[in-house]
Design a protein around this ligand. Structure first.
Ligand SMILES: C[S@@+](CC[C@H](N)C(=O)[O-])C[C@H]1O[C@@H](n2cnc3c(N)ncnc32)[C@H](O)[C@@H]1O
Length: 277
């Protein structure tokens, strides 16, 4: 598991020498130590970053991880077709809101939130894993150039454009969410969201979960963190967890109805006396 160590050393390989300038930029901006994969100091057990003109691919423990907004795109297409999104229902986001995503991961939820809060709103997305923060921040920054050729059809194109515009509104921070929340003034954001790694997927070896799992911080959400979130959120704190998870009860969240056919549930703590209305 690669997570909170601030100075992380990885190997890198460029597909084109014209990309060399990116290495200095990544080292400065993300505090990474990048060593050419063909140098004497490279180590075979370090993750390998492949830098291509289109994207960044991190190879680690025989898995490949790269930023891909595919899940968010599917949700965005559904939203534009009038299909409700359970995350948006649970968070109750409104135009102009400040939304704090305390567990960014691959930023699917952060992208949908950024679309929902609109141009007047703001999304701050926290990620404790240095490498995930790096990959996803760079992915969001180059979203507009990522457009895959196979995106055809007006609704898909429109959904892509909206997400690309929303990506600009996400500010990412590499930090532990508890440390970050402790520094925020009371009632300074509207909604705070937690989507921690599921307790029971830690043993999951499915190909879709594994690459994210290897790089992410797997710790359970702490009671003190939820308490801090309740102090900082003006309106609501939201938790996503596996259906039937004991985490809702342990952390004091009220379970929302819905998602009969889904494997996940949402719980909320309303911090405004009138609830989310
Ligand atoms: C299940 S993923 C979130 C997925 C995300 N909602 C999405 O839409 O892609 C959980 C993420 O939270 C991160 N995380 C876990 N503990 C954290 C902490 N204390 N502070 C910040 N991020 C944390 C993990 O590294 C992981 O990337």
């Amino acid at each position: 598991m690669i997570n909170r160590n601030k100075q992380i050393t990885i190997n890198y390989r460029l597909t084109d020498n014209s990309l060399n300038h990116k290495i200095d930029y990544f080292q400065d901006k993300y505090g990474l130590n990048l060593v050419p994969a063909n140098s004497v100091s490279a180590q075979a057990n370090w993750p390998l970053l492949r830098v291509t003109k289109q994207n960044l691919i991190l190879e680690h423990q025989r898995d490949n991880l790269f930023f891909h907004p595919s899940m968010a795109l599917l949700r965005m297409i559904n939203l534009k077709r009038g299909i409700k999104d359970r995350f948006l229902q649970a968070t109750g986001l409104r135009s102009g809101d400040i939304f704090l995503d305390a567990t960014m991961g691959l930023a699917s939820d952060a992208l949908i939130a950024a679309w929902s809060v609109g141009q007047e709103g703001k999304v701050i997305a926290l990620e404790a894993s240095v490498l995930l923060h790096f990959l996803v921040s760079e992915g969001l920054a180059s979203f507009k150039e990522l457009k895959p050729a196979k995106i055809k059809g007006t609704d898909k194109l429109a959904a892509w454009e909206e997400l690309a515009e929303a990506a600009d509104r996400i500010e990412t921070v590499c930090t532990d969410h508890y440390a970050f929340l402790r520094k925020l003034p009371a009632c300074s954001v509207d909604v705070i969201y937690f989507d921690p790694m599921f307790r029971d997927t830690l043993a999951d070896t499915s190909p879709s979960i594994k690459p994210l799992q290897n790089l992410s911080v797997p710790e359970p959400l702490k009671v003190e963190t939820v308490k801090e979130a309740c102090r900082v959120a003006r309106r609501r704190v939201v938790l996503k967890e596996r259906n039937g998870s004991g985490e809702f009860k342990r952390l004091g969240f009220r379970l929302l109805d819905g998602g009969k056919y889904s494997s996940v549930s949402f719980g909320v703590i309303d911090t405004w006396p009138g609830g989310n209305s």
